[in-house]
Design a protein around this ligand. Structure first.
Ligand SMILES: [Zn+2]
Length: 120
């Protein structure tokens, strides 16, 4: 991999990541204001849900449009197509696997696209 595409890639990653975490925070703040108590980024649960309400058996995932291939917003970069394709397909496969796991357990699993979360 050449130097330019490497720096471009890390630049894209940085932007996408910081945007995702900001949106997760907005959702968390919104739940908190509604009196809904939760734990966030629960590493002990499968797939590390962004938000979990343990007593209620509810987990919430916020899927970044880019990383999880949102049909509306995921535009693959022109460079390193193979790299991105593989990475995003892996994420999709893991998403399905995680969803299936919680359904099997009888839990409620909610998935939001990052574009579903709006400031209001
Ligand atoms: Zn989207």
């Amino acid at each position: 991999m050449d130097r330019i595409s490497k720096s471009l890639r890390s630049d894209v990653m940085r932007r996408v990541k910081s945007k995702g975490s900001r949106l997760e925070r907005l959702l968390q703040i919104s739940l908190w204001h509604r009196g809904i108590r939760y734990r966030k980024n629960v590493a002990t649960l499968y797939g590390k849900p962004d938000i979990a309400m343990l007593g209620k058996g509810i987990v919430i995932f916020v899927d970044a449009c880019f990383w999880h291939r949102c049909p509306e917003h995921c535009r693959k970069p022109h460079n390193n197509q193979d790299y991105w394709h593989e990475k995003i397909e892996k994420n999709k496969a893991r998403d399905l696997n995680v969803t299936e796991y919680y359904i099997q357990k009888g839990w409620t699993i909610l998935r939001f696209w990052e574009h579903d979360i709006k400031i209001s």
